[in-house]
Design a protein around this ligand. Structure first.
Ligand SMILES: *Cc1c(COP(=O)(O)O)cnc(C)c1O
Length: 236
C-alpha cells in the first residue's frame, strides 16, 4: 500500500483510534482519558494536512527547526492545532521551543527547565511540560532517573512560565507485551506517587506504534503515534 494514495492517512488515523478504543475498553478505562498525539516528524506539511482533514489537531515533532517550520505553515489554523516537542532538547535550541511550541515532553534537567521558563514569551500561556524519565533504556542519554523526579518536579513547580503536567518515557524497544506492561507499570507507579504531591498533574505520555496497547493498559493518558498514522519514515 503506497502512502501517496489519497485518504490513506485518514484511514490509518481511524484504525489507530479504533485500536485505542479497543485497548481502553479491555482495561475499562474511559476513552476521553487518552489523547492521541500524531507524530509527524520527517513528514511533509501535506501529510499533516491530511491528518487535520481527518480531525487530528495535536501533533508531535522531534526536530526543532522542522517543527517550527510546520508550526509557521499552519499558523492561525482554526480550530487551533496543538504542537508538542518530543525530541531531545539541547540548550541552544530551547528558545525556539519556548517561543513556538505548546508543550515540551522532554524536560530532563534543571538547566533546560530554567531556560524554557526564562524564554517563554509573556504573551503566550505557560509552556506545558513533562519530565522525561529514563525508565529502561541504559543506552539513551535522555531522561532522568526515577529517583531524581521529585527534586526536578519541585523546581519546575516554582517556575511561573512552565506548567508541569506529568511524566513521559521512551522505554527501550521490547516486543513482549508482558515486559512492555511491566516497564510502563513502573512509570504509572511513579506518576501516581508524584500526583499524590501534585494532584493537578494529568498527563502520562507513553506508548508508540509498537507498544501502544500495553501503555494504555498501564495508564497512559497520551500516546505518541507516528508510523501507524503516517507510514514508515525515510531518513535517507
Ligand atoms: C518517533 C517517536 C514517536 C513515534 O514513534 P512510532 O513508532 O513511529 O509510532 C513517539 N515518541 C517519540 C519520542 C518519538 O521520537
Amino acid at each position: 500500500m503506497s502512502l501517496s494514495q489519497p485518504h490513506t492517512i485518514g484511514k490509518n488515523l481511524q484504525d489507530v483510534r479504533e485500536q485505542i478504543a479497543a485497548a481502553a475498553q479491555r482495561c475499562e478505562r474511559p476513552l476521553e482519558e487518552i489523547t492521541l498525539l500524531a507524530v509527524s516528524k520527517t513528514k511533509p506539511a501535506s501529510a499533516v494536512e491530511e491528518a487535520i482533514a481527518a480531525g487530528q489537531l495535536a501533533f508531535g515533532e522531534n526536530y526543532v527547526q522542522e517543527g517550527v517550520d510546520k508550526i509557521a505553515h499552519f499558523a492561525g489554523h482554526q480550530p487551533a492545532l496543538t504542537w508538542h516537542f518530543i525530541g531531545p532538547l539541547q540548550s541552544n535550541k530551547s528558545r525556539l521551543v519556548a517561543e513556538n511550541f505548546d508543550w515540551c515532553h522532554t524536560v530532563d534537567r534543571l538547566k533546560i527547565a530554567q531556560r524554557l521558563n526564562e524564554q517563554r514569551p509573556e504573551n503566550l500561556p505557560p509552556l506545558q511540560v513533562l519530565i522525561q524519565v529514563n525508565i529502561s533504556d541504559e543506552a539513551s542519554k535522555s531522561g532522568i532517573a526515577l529517583s531524581d523526579v521529585d527534586v526536578l518536579a519541585d523546581q519546575i513547580s516554582q517556575m511561573p512560565r512552565l506548567t508541569l503536567r506529568g511524566l513521559m518515557a521512551i522505554p527501550a524497544i521490547e516486543h513482549d507485551y508482558q515486559r512492555q506492561l511491566a516497564v510502563f507499570s513502573q512509570m504509572r507507579s511513579a506518576f501516581d506517587a508524584l500526583r499524590a504531591r501534585y494532584p493537578q498533574l494529568d498527563t502520562l505520555s507513553m506508548g508508540m506504534t509498537d507498544d501502544m496497547p500495553a501503555a494504555i493498559a498501564a495508564g497512559s493518558t497520551m500516546v505518541r503515534i507516528g508510523t501507524a498514522i503516517f507510514g514508515a519514515r525515510d531518513y535517507a
